[in-house]
Design a protein around this ligand. Structure first.
Ligand code: HEC
Length: 201
């Protein structure tokens, strides 16, 4: 039952276009994904990888099944990111994908989504390969960005892990006069905006 005739595809594409004009890409309303379970919540993209084009290119080869024909994300998600199987996540919809932290994204690749065609890939992909394939997938809707775990947001890839440029007193003053510098609001909580997850419906 794997064959899809060309005319069926055209009908599906037409439907998809009709629906996508008013929702998040034909996949229903844009809602935040569930939080990653504890064992994934603290897993993040290895340092420096968000800007690493070579790693993303390895991810592309994994995604299209070139590295391992048993792992072919493109067979559902589409080579160019346009889903070819109904219901497959459309990574081009940045409005939706920006609600996914790297931990959630990694968790879904690792464990799949229950009761859908999206299966668990952790037995076929090493941890590193799962991060690489994610690098490639984020290029469709969040190109040039990376998830910053401290800021809990997608930021420019080169800025991931960097302290905010201004207004952050980096270190306590050295030496014995730590009571000085009254202008340093050292005890003020970092300006972490509330998670944007609830918005964008
Ligand atoms: C047999 C078809 C199929 C293949 C192959 C496939 N996926 Fe999926 N994928 C889906 C479907 C369907 C969904 C939507 C699941 C849902 O409804 O939440 C999905 C969703 C996802 C999501 C988002 C999960 C969420 O919570 O929204 C990610 C990330 C993902 N796939 C990554 C991958 C990667 C990486 C590969 C290759 C290693 C892959 N997929 C291969 C069908 C597939």
């Amino acid at each position: 039952m794997r064959q899809t005739t060309f005319s069926q595809m055209v009908v599906l594409l037409g439907l998809g276009l009709a629906v996508s004009s008013c929702t998040g890409g034909g996949e229903g309303p844009i809602v935040p994904p569930p939080p990653a379970p504890a064992e994934y919540a603290d897993m993040h993209m290895p340092e420096g990888w968000w800007s690493d084009e070579a790693k993303a290119e390895e991810g592309r080869k994994l995604f299209i099944g070139e590295t391992n024909p048993d792992v072919n994300c493109a067979s559902c998600h589409g080579k160019d990111g346009k889903p070819v199987k109904a219901g497959a996540r459309d990574f081009r919809v940045g409005e939706r994908m920006k609600l996914y932290s790297d931990s959630v994204w990694f968790w879904r690749i690792s464990e799949g989504v229950p009761n859908t065609k999206m299966k668990a890939w952790k037995s076929k992909l090493s941890e590193e390969d799962r991060w690489k394939v994610m690098l490639f997938e984020r290029n469709f809707g969040l190109s040039g960005k990376g998830w910053d775990p401290a800021k809990k947001a997608w930021v420019a890839a080169a800025e991931v892990g960097k302290a905010p440029a201004a207004g952050a007193p980096a270190e306590a003053p050295a030496g014995g006069d730590s009571a000085a510098s009254p202008e340093a609001p050292a005890t003020e909580p970092a300006a972490t905006p509330a998670a944007p997850a609830a918005e964008g419906k």
